[in-house]
Design a protein around this ligand. Sequence first.
Ligand code: C5P
Length: 400
Amino acid sequence: MAKANVVLGVTASIAIYKALEVLSILKKRGYAVRVAMTEEAQEMISPVVFEALTNAEVYTDVMEEIESDDTNITHVALAKWADVFVVVPATANIIAKMSYGFADDPVSIIALTTKAHKIIAPAMNTDMYLNPIVQKNLEILKENGFVIVEPIDGELACNTKGVGHIALCEDIVDVIESSLYFKHFEGRKVIITAGPTAEPIDPVRYITNRSSGKMGFALAKMAKFMGADTTLITGPVCLREPYGVKRIDVERATDMLDALKREISKAEGEIILIMAAAVADFKPKEYKESKIKKSGSEFVLVLDENPDITAEINRFAKENDKNLIIVGFAAETNDLIENAKKKIEKKGLEFIVANDVSRSDIAFGSDDNEVILIYANGKREKINKASKEEIAFEILRRLI
Ligand code: C5P
């Protein structure tokens, strides 16, 4: 069974080819998709292409609908069928029509009829996008519950650079997906640390921990999906931040601690902190300003302990009257449960997410994980092997 039904409205921006990519990602993620196209869009890409990809007729003509025998392909049927209605790309023209309630083309008529979640991904020339009329129309759409996947800065078809380039397709699909989540964390602050920290030895070398950052990024994505005001503080990783998440890049453990203190000082009300970062426990005692040369003999590197960030932040929050709920992670190769329990007390944790990093099919760099949640009272709960996003959702569900 499909995860949910998406009606994809396609209009005639030069970014129209992105509609095909969005459709293909939606299909891969298990959504059922039906397509509606404006007349001008049909001149740019034949509806046949969308028909082949969706195995269904494309809605192309509001007048023809009246004569058609196929009751599945009326604007009312599609509007009812949809869980999400998304316009990719959305031109200034369709934005104007939808904001003023026009219904004379296959896309605006569904926008006006459907009770589904409504999302648009605008794409147009910078001056057009920044034109106060377009901006005003976008405001009207927002006031009426539409979610705008903001265009980004980039190369535009008119040989200029600027805002107006359609958002990344993965982000558009993430926004579609997130519309289906209940916003349990609306108005709440969630801070997540991710990735390793890197402790420099000299300008070219550092010591670090093994961590891809995937678990922390998955947590940030799910926290955002669930409506949280989400900040991701990350060490050096090769990952793109989830859409709508504030990202702060740091290098050393002490930078991560400083960033956390700044964010926690700014935040009001309850703050949930999930420490998914693999913070380096040690740092070089001395940093050499210039590259250390080989000397032909043994090289001794003296290390100092890094502060325990979580324990310090717990103290900091208490001193500053901040209502902080902390979840820690434990990457262990042996005595998983015993070691985790000790940390709960030392670091002031709500619970600890323990994973067994000796298993090669989960944890480090993998897209999957299997974890045991260990609570202060000794209670344990296993979350069976699943994608890191599913595990993230399960962790967050326990903090609602
Ligand atoms: O003590 P250990 O490193 O095993 O604990 C892991 C947990 O503590 C993780 O949540 C990690 O982010 C955090 N940590 C920390 N400061 C350190 C080392 C780890 O906050 N110096």
